[in-house]
Design a protein around this ligand. Structure first.
Ligand code: FAD
Length: 390
């Protein structure tokens, strides 16, 4: 066996081999279909720069950075609503080169029929605030290389790591502190893998493709980043399975009965998958966390740190990166909410309530992580052959 990663994924309850096989056979194909359904492909997001930390943050270099919002015809019927007010040109300074007219930033609350309006205590944005929101068709805006790099990007990652989730020392035994670092590092690895797997290879010819050297340089040559990616994948998968009852009963209504039934059916196939249940029934055991005396205090502290990370997404100086950054951080915040709290104050018995947008973020995040795990599994071995021993 030439596998590089063997044994249990750290702090999880499944081994690497099982994760690869269950992802390849079950999760990846189901999630790929699920995120294409109308319910899961429209994400509600406040896209303009509202950076509390560095107001002069730089913009990105390439036109591929700007987000292509939904043209009118792309909205499912239920999402259409009259525009309530127009925006001044000042409001567009973060959306370089965008034609002003196309965007509708108001929301019809009827769209969220059957879905509660609840704020997520783990994130900075107020999820119940529907003003200034835009619908984005995620399929038109794949996460890929955008040219966003240099000081602006580095500053954000540095701030996230140094201020909010310091790398734990090897003697660290408090699992809760490790979790936040590993989640961010796993997400960072996944973002890097998506940049490398859809890269602008030749700007003059507009040629896009895989950049395996980049994938190796940023992720594969660091085993801990690969391990953190698998950890994050299992963590989010556990959140989804823990919310089974809620997700099973939710309405996936966009006014397109055929597609909506398909979304519901795919969701059930995911939640009640016999292969998944047999191979990896408990991907991560959240019951082991926050046990000690300082548990509640620690949880508050980590929640505050995660909210800071969430606030930093408003400082991402490239629109498309900001879109996926916000979506994935909301997805992680939703996983944290499902696993650890409803309000962060340990009202453990409070029933779970999720916003429609949280569910969209959670499942799209799981899909991204599943794609990254698949890339690592497929490309990793060939890369290992050409690298010097670690
Ligand atoms: P970076 O990826 O910027 O990493 C900075 C430092 O963090 C590294 O030097 C290393 O010390 C450490 N580090 C790197 N990876 C890990 C890890 N997995 N775990 C722990 N530490 C690590 N660019 C795009 O082209 N498309 C996008 O969609 C995109 N989305 C982004 C979203 C966000 C939220 C942010 C902050 C940036 C995004 N970027 C995106 C920019 C991209 O992530 C990189 O910052 C950029 O490509 C420059 O990469 P780099 O090699 O300098 O290292």
């Amino acid at each position: 066996d030439t596998r590089k990663y063997t044994g249990m994924v750290e702090d999880c309850c499944c081994d690497y081999e099982t994760v690869d096989s269950i992802n390849g056979a079950v999760l990846h194909p189901l999630l790929q279909e699920l995120v294409r359904t109308p319910f899961f492909r429209y994400f509600k997001v406040k896209l303009w720069c509202d950076c509390p930390f560095w107001p002069d943050d730089g913009m990105c270099k390439l036109r591929d950075c700007s987000v292509c919002e939904c043209p009118e015809t792309e909205f499912p019927e239920l999402f259409k609503k009259p525009s309530q007010y127009s925006l001044s040109s000042d409001d567009w300074k973060c959306q370089e080169g965008k034609p002003e007219a196309a965007v509708d930033r108001t929301l019809d609350t009827k769209v969220f029929r059957g879905w509660p309006e609840v704020d997520n205590p783990w994130t900075n944005d107020d999820e119940t605030d529907n003003s200034e929101m835009t619908y984005v068709n995620l399929l038109l805006n794949p996460e890929r290389y955008t040219g966003y790099t240099g000081e602006s990007a580095k500053r954000i990652w540095d701030a996230i790591y140094s201020e909010n989730c310091p790398k734990y020392t090897s003697g660290e035994f408090c699992p809760e502190k490790k979790v936040l670092y590993k989640l961010i590092s796993g997400l960072h690895a996944s973002i890097s893998i998506h940049i490398a797997s859809d890269y602008l290879l030749d700007e003059t010819k507009n040629l896009w493709g895989k950049n395996l050297d980049l994938m190796y340089d940023r992720v594969l040559r660091y085993p801990d980043r690969v391990r953190n990616l698998y950890f994050t994948f299992l963590f989010v998968l556990r959140a989804v399975t823990k919310a089974t009852k809620y997700l099973e009963q939710a309405e996936y209504d966009t006014g397109n009965p055929v597609e909506d039934l398909k979304a519901q059916s795919l969701m059930r196939q995911l939640l009640y998958n016999p292969k998944l249940q047999a191979a990896c029934p408990l991907p991560f055991d959240e019951a082991k966390m926050w046990q000690g005396q300082s548990g509640p205090e620690l949880k508050q502290q980590i929640q505050k740190q995660f909210r800071n990370i969430s606030a930093m997404m408003d400082c991402v100086g490239c629109e498309k990166c900001r879109l996926w950054g916000k979506l994935q951080v909301l997805g992680l915040g939703t996983a944290l909410k499902i696993l650890f709290s409803v309000d962060g104050n340990s009202h453990a018995n409070q029933p779970l309530q999720l916003q429609r947008n949280e569910v969209i973020a959670l499942l799209n995040l799981l899909n991204r992580l599943s794609e990254s795990v698949k890339f690592v599994q497929e490309e990793g071995p060939s890369m290992d052959n050409r690298m010097a021993p670690l």
